[in-house]
Design a protein around this ligand. Structure first.
Ligand code: MG
Length: 393
């Protein structure tokens, strides 16, 4: 079985033109992605679909190229459609006829929420039927009206709401379309043409999500839904800062972000006085509003005398993890006249990456002097600032 997909995108979309009359609706973005791109993507990612052809309006070449740019490897050149859907499908089928597949799925670009399960159900029925039509039962009561008066309820048991993609044996649906074009019949979908031509079309379970976006309101609602979904997947993003200072005392090295740097002084503190890790620990604690380093590791507690500061940093990381959080990025800035930070930058990034379980690309180390001003300028100590960007559920 070779399966081609024909996506019909040649309409002018006049019913939806309210929001942006210059762009046909199938090219309007929903959730930041053109509607047609979403439809192409669903088929391009399906293992049963060999290739895709989009039927477009000749004026829309630029819109099409933008919408299709990431899928060129799976797409045949676009076919040019006619004034009505039926003519557009026929034009698409004729374009495929030179190198025909065994089966074709015909889909409306205005249904961007088609999913892999639905495509599989349609394809799965093409072994035993000439055609397969996804549809849903009618659940609303169908009332006949005479003028503005109720005039009787219609039975709905045998009525179905037809969707796309509709699947067919290629030669059969091409013959049906050619016959319909010759005999002048007008149909709103391909299952209608197939049934009129006498083909066996199976009814397959459709999907409520696979609705057709017709009005400007439909498109606005779909856009809103996708934006809300994207936001809830991301969760809450927070940015927090930390700051620390340690004074110099007599010594021969400082420890900054876990890296020992030979220097003619050391930093004085209760722990190893790693001013960079302290600032970063406070930034992480700030991101979950969980106090600061002094709350969790009071300098009055003898246990932390001379402690390696990665202990504090890992504790803050564990607290963030316990809330289901993850770090997006951290940024540490040293403010000092010396030692020079640049030669040790990569070692510090590697050390923080190891402590926090991050990629080094997510860790920034920077440094600046204080231009000789103030206590830092006089070489009395080092200050550090840190920013942590985290994501929480
Ligand atoms: Mg400190």
């Amino acid at each position: 079985m070779s399966v081609s997909t024909l996506i019909v995108a040649a309409g002018r979309g006049v019913r939806a033109a309210g929001s942006n009359p210059l762009i046909p609706k199938q090219y309007l973005p929903i959730g930041g992605v053109p509607m047609l791109t979403r439809a192409i993507s669903a088929f391009a990612g399906h293992p049963s679909v060999d290739e895709i052809t989009v039927v477009i309006h000749p004026d829309d070449v630029e819109f099409y190229e933008n919408a299709a740019k990431h899928f060129v490897a799976r797409l045949r050149p676009p076919a040019h459609g006619g004034a009505h859907r039926q003519q557009s499908v026929r034009a698409g089928l004729e374009a495929l006829a030179a190198n025909p597949p065994t089966h074709v799925l015909i889909h409306d670009a205005a249904r961007p929420f088609v999913d892999a399960e639905l495509i599989s159900r349609v394809v799965g029925n093409l072994d035993s039927h000439v055609g397969a039509l996804p549809c849903l039962p009618v659940t609303d009561t169908l009332m006949m009206g005479r003028g503005r008066r109720a005039a009787g309820t219609l039975p709905r048991e045998d009525l179905w709401r037809a969707q796309t993609p509709q699947g067919f044996r290629f030669d059969a649906i091409l013959a049906a379309h050619r016959a319909a074009a010759k005999d002048g019949g007008t149909f709103t979908d391909d299952a209608g043409i197939a049934q009129w031509y006498g083909l066996d079309v199976a009814l397959v379970e459709g999907s409520e999500a696979n609705r057709k976006l017709t009005s400007a309101e439909d498109i606005a609602n779909a856009d809103e839904l996708l934006r809300l979904r994207a936001q809830s997947a991301l969760g809450t993003q927070r940015v927090a800062t930390g700051y620390d200072v340690h004074a110099f005392g007599p010594g021969d090295a400082v420890i900054l972000c876990g890296v020992r740097i030979p220097h003619h002084k050391k930093l004085v503190g209760h722990s190893d006085a790693d001013v960079g890790m302290h600032a970063l620990t406070d930034a992480l604690l700030g991101s979950i509003a969980d106090g600061d380093i002094g709350v969790h590791f009071p300098p009055s507690d003898a246990r932390w005398r001379g402690a390696a500061s990665e202990l504090f940093l890992k504790d803050a990381m564990a607290r963030l993890k316990a809330r289901g959080g993850e770090i997006v990025h951290v940024d540490v800035t040293f403010i000092c006249e010396g030692p020079r930070i640049g030669p040790h930058r990569e070692a510090m990034r590697a050390k923080l990456a190891e402590c926090l379980g991050l990629d080094v690309a997510e860790i920034s180390i920077k440094a600046t002097t204080n231009e000789g001003l103030g206590f830092i300028g006089r070489g009395e100590g080092i200050a550090a600032m840190a920013t942590a960007t985290v994501r929480l559920p």
